[in-house]
Design a protein around this ligand. Sequence first.
Ligand code: GAP
Length: 593
Amino acid sequence: MSSDPKASIAQMEKIVSLCKRRGFIFQSSEIYGGCGGVWDYGPLGAELKRNLRTAWWNTMTREREDVLGLDASILMNPAIWKASGHVDTFADLMRECSLTNKRVRADHVDPQSGTVLKYSGAQSPTGWRWDRTITALTKSGEHIESFRKRIRALIAQNAGESAGKPEEIELLGEEKIDAVNGSVDFHPETGGMLGEARPFNLMLKTYLGPTATEDDVTYLRPETAQAIFAQFKNVFDSSRVKVPFGIGQIGKAFRNEVTPKNFTFRSREFEQMELEFFIKPDEAVEIISGEVAAWHEGADLSEPQPNWGWELWHRYWVDQRTKFYQGIGLGDVLEYYWQTPADLAHYARACVDILCEFPFGTEELEGIAARGDFDLSAHQTASTKSQEIFDEELKTAAAKLSDEQKESLIQKRLAAEAAKVKGEPMPEAAVRAWFERLFKGSYVPHVIEPSAGLDRMALAVIAKAFSETEKVDEKGKKEVITVLRLHPRVAPIKVGVFPLLKNKPELVAKAREVYALLKKHLNCFYDETASIGRRYARQDEVGTPFGVTIDFETCGEKGPELLDTVTLRHRDSGEQERVKISELLGKLLPLVS
Ligand code: GAP
């Protein structure tokens, strides 16, 4: 990211423009003026997203023995959102502009400076009157007359036709209050004074059923995770798995974001890729393995071990997710924010945000949280359906413990409860009842949750790949060339296939043959128009990592040794090599998958 805000904005504008021009991302409902915070993916964007989705799915489920997949519905029983806490607490604090009623997230108001002016009200010759105190801040360098004009326009906009023409609105009882410095009490766009911060629930409400009464209210899911918790028992019972194991899901999520911004980064409709990885409580690990391994800098995280407690599992998933990002070309733009105890929700033991460098700043790409048994226990209580699993190994190990050893485990837990800085400590009777179930082999699993956003990931790879170089064309004219250096694994088009000349039937026929051969296995693009340099440039701009050119050598015109060979061009190095058509696929496939 550039340290110059103007350069960052310019960079972002170029990325947005490229995304539209080349069919990656379009504004939703553009022909009707758009739809705030909602985006559509064009032909290349759809391929890019599909590649990212596949990379996540394969890495997180198919290539592992301990993770299963799920594809749950977007609409669910609203009781799920009550139990999960979303109905009561999934809210942003918002403040409303007293002038325009426009809302802004309380934590998104940048400090502003200027002079504060106050009016006792406003009126117009139409007889319209506003008996409301108006307090607003001048913008930096704004002349008082421009300020008044702007305030009149905003009032007229808000009041509608009854107020008449903006220029005829009279602002009453002007008073100049002190200059303010670094204030967060004024709306960043309008300058109007902001009201008190109020919670605003981010879930999108809808009605399920024809009567559309309050009884039919449900929500578009704000995260995919809750469906995993709600189906935990069904997956466990139907799949012959043992804890530790995970359930992964990719799907749409919806949030009525107060201020969607930064292109697709904060959208109202987006896709999540979430894993809920269920583990044994640390006490169960200690009973079975005799100890819980402690994490230390440099700990070996390559292979999960039976004596891992939540902390090592959490570190393991941070490591796994980092490797995933390295595998799609984002390795060198990641940062980590380890939430402090003050940041953490009372039930969370740890949470790390994997951050990525975007043109508008370093922002969250994925969160990895250790959530204890909060979610499954909440659903167990609300649904009254047991979410416990039975662990034979634990029962056998617990049976070998002496009463003193059992009591020592209970005392350790009671001490931990007493030392809690957030949330209510579990009462002793509840702790003892929990251990009684544990010693019999029963517990509600704990969970580690790596939760990533697909749209953010797509934006991150595009932003990271975007580069510009200056080139001099054949006529000596300077031009700026855009190259999208997408990792071959995620690039929407893997190979461009080009006959050197389109008016040579033998070249075209051979190129079509190569295209048909590759197309069955890779997303390819056939192009025969314009100069070969121009065709390479078009593919560079959309991130195609390889180009195959069919030339006279291919047809044997330069000797039999080059017959049925093509030029393979590598986008990033510019290297060109001669490859036999029969060996092309074998060479390309490992490079793109
Ligand atoms: N189940 C946990 C959960 O949903 P979150 O931090 O709210 O946690 C996880 O969301 C990820 O989903 C984020 O790291 C981000 O990548 C993505 N995400 C969240 N809100 C988003 C939005 N409004 N637009 C795009 N992506 C979003």
